[in-house]
Design a protein around this ligand. Structure first.
Ligand code: PEP
Ligand code: MG
Length: 603
């Protein structure tokens, strides 16, 4: 039966495919695709873990048998028996094998997927006793996952498809469909590190239950340029593995089990979208100049050095934001050292410079914390009552761990010997933080000099992401060569809206008069002082704001490569000489959004 789930649109377009459910378990598991030749090894990992857990449970049973009824109640022995039965259960075993062989999921992913399938069957049971066995099954799977920790294969960045065989077509007429259909990802939540792994895969779209429009998971989705919906509340409960799903990334709607008529309708919309992209692609080599001759720099936001490929393809004239923290995340799943050392970072920054073929690269120093955990879960259990967005994050984190920060600064300075690098510091708010940061940069430079290591000069920039910074620009402009406005956080902190929390997403408003005023005043102050300024938050890639930002005087926009051509089209159609009065009106309005509508903006 067809039904729809509503969420927040975060990445444009239509995706149609089969659902792949990624289940979150209490243990943080890696999700990645294995190579076909690794199937046996992966099945073996599950078998070895199962034998070890069985042995563990049998030992427990033996020790329980030796205890008296006061120390070990009868229920405990019965419970262990149930756990052993569940462990050996054919549905669990064969299901896990199915996901590994047919879908090339890594063992942990296969286990949690099958857990979800079986757990739903438990949920539907009439008998309360049986229904409650779901918790036992979860415990058994967690034991297995614990056992498998540390035995994971190195992450395989290869696509997941299994080759179709002749038998598939003969034995099951729908097999062809199931195997060849695009896959869409449905999850309760995905960490940015998880997203990074999926970036290397073949998903045509994704949906999460939680998350706001500018949560980091949404940001990575946008950078992947695939349709996505976040904050879809119960999608991961309602959609089943392999269901047909349409993701409408423009409207923020997920349609499950669509009828043929709906499918045809969305198929048409999808083709229209492809045509529009084709039209935009013609603008790639056109310089971004307004009708009145104002040159505008359209730069790229990237997460990994390899993203420079798409940045160049999209016609970016540099990188305006390299979110370097992505080099630090999800390392456990890749069997890498906990943090990248100086050499590893240096090589990564150098690859980014080479990727940009002589164009400038802005490297933002590490910004972990909040919804970007280094590894594992976003919030530790003992921190669940805290709001990590207000905690040890970004520059605060770096200053709390100077050895780590110095390692990164040295790597950036060394990479600067190979091309134009700008170093950008996130989330500064205090003069004391500025002083400490600058002192550490000087110290790192002196260390390299003492070691006789070649390094280069960098321009230094600060992100304006906290209202306190936007209100004390003079201090910032005294010390920095340029500023970059991080509107994602500036909105979060100005409006006191957790950007990752879908329950307050309706209040997250880039067009709020307070936000617009802070952005406009930052741009104006930089202009007065002849300092460079850009916007690198999501606002820069949103065509609804292009004219307004141009009207405020902005000439440098940094965004996901996938957004560059659409913004360029807006730039090419704009005449900045006609924007002044309207911009002023927007800045003074109680409800600026009404004036931002295309019909209200000057043509
Ligand atoms: C921002 O806050 O606008 C920004 C660009 O940084 P991030 O999204 O990585 O926090
Ligand atoms: Mg930010």
């Amino acid at each position: 039966m067809t039904f729809a789930v509503h969420g927040l649109p975060v990445a444009r377009g239509i995706a149609i495919g089969r659902a792949v459910l990624v289940v979150s378990s209490r243990i943080d598991v890696a999700h990645y695709f294995i190579k076909p030749e690794e199937v046996e090894t992966e099945i073996d990992r599950v078998r070895i873990a199962r034998n070890a857990v069985a042995e563990e449970l049998q030992k427990l049973q033996a020790s329980v048998a030796l205890m008296g009824p006061n120390d070990a109640p009868h229920e405990l022995a019965a419970l262990l028996e149930v756990h052993l039965m569940l462990l050996q259960d054919e549905v669990l075993t064969s299901g896990v094998k199915h996901w590994i062989v047919e879908r090339l999921y890594n063992a942990e992913w296969a286990l949690t997927t099958q857990l979800e399938v079986v757990a739903r069957q438990f949920d539907e049971m009439e008998d309360e006793y049986l229904r409650e066995r779901k918790a036992d099954l979860e415990q058994v799977v967690e034991r297995l996952l614990h056992r498998m920790k540390g035995t994971a294969a190195v992450l395989a960045p290869t696509p997941p498809r299994r080759k179709r065989t002749a038998e598939d077509d003969e034995s099951d007429p729908t097999a062809r469909d199931a195997i060849d259909a695009p896959l869409v990802l449905i999850a309760h939540d995905l960490s940015p590190a998880d997203m990074l792994q999926f970036k290397k895969s073949v998903f045509a779209g994704f949906v999460t239950d939680v998350g706001g429009r500018t949560s980091h998971t949404a940001i990575v989705a946008r950078s992947m340029d695939i349709p996505a919906v976040v904050g879809a509340r119960s999608a991961s409960q309602l959609v089943r593995q392999d269901d047909w799903v349409i993701i409408d990334g423009d409207a923020g709607v997920v349609i499950v089990d669509p009828s043929p008529i709906i499918l045809a309708d969305y198929g048409f919309k999808q083709r229209q979208g492809d045509l529009e992209r084709g039209r935009l692609a013609r603008l790639r080599h056109k310089p971004a100049v307004t009708l009145d001759g104002q040159k505008v720099d359209l730069l790229a936001n990237i997460e990994m050095p390899e993203d420079t490929l798409n940045a160049v393809k999209a016609g970016a004239v540099g990188v305006g934001l390299f979110r370097s923290e992505f080099l630090f995340m999800g390392r456990e799943a890749q069997r890498l050292t906990r943090l990248p050392d100086e050499e590893e970072q240096y090589q990564a920054y150098r690859r980014a410079i080479e990727g940009m073929q002589g164009m400038p690269v802005t490297i933002r120093t590490i910004d972990v914390g909040a919804d970007k955990p280094l590894d594992g879960r976003a919030v530790r259990d003992d921190e669940a009552h805290l709001n990590p967005a207000l905690g040890l994050r970004a520059i605060r984190w770096s200053l709390a761990d100077p050895a780590m920060f110095l390692t990164q600064i040295r790597a950036i300075l060394r990479a600067a010997a190979h091309g134009e690098i700008l170093m950008l510091i996130p989330m500064l708010a205090h003069a004391s933080e500025i002083r400490q940061t600058l002192a550490l940069i000087d110290f790192a430079r002196a260390e390299l000099d003492n070691r006789g290591v070649v390094h280069g000069k960098v321009k230094l920039g600060a992100m304006i992401e906290v209202p306190a910074a936007a209100l004390t620009l003079k201090i910032f402009l005294k010390h920095f060569d340029f500023l970059s406005i991080g509107t994602n956080d500036l909105i979060q902190y100005t409006l006191a809206i957790d950007r990752a929390d879908e329950s307050v997403a309706h209040l997250y408003d880039p067009a709020h008069p307070a936000v617009l005023r802070l952005v406009a005043e930052t741009i104006a102050e930089c202009q007065r002082q002849g300092k460079g300024v850009s916007v690198c938050g999501e606002m820069a890639g949103d065509v609804a704001f292009t004219r307004l930002l141009l009207g405020m005087g902005l000439r440098s926009f940094s965004m996901h490569p996938s957004q560059i051509l659409a913004v360029k089209q807006e730039v090419l159609r704009a005449d900045t000489s006609k924007l002044d009065a309207w911009t002023q009106q927007v800045l003074e309005a109680d409800d600026p959004a009404a004036l931002l509508a295309p019909a209200a903006a000057p043509q």
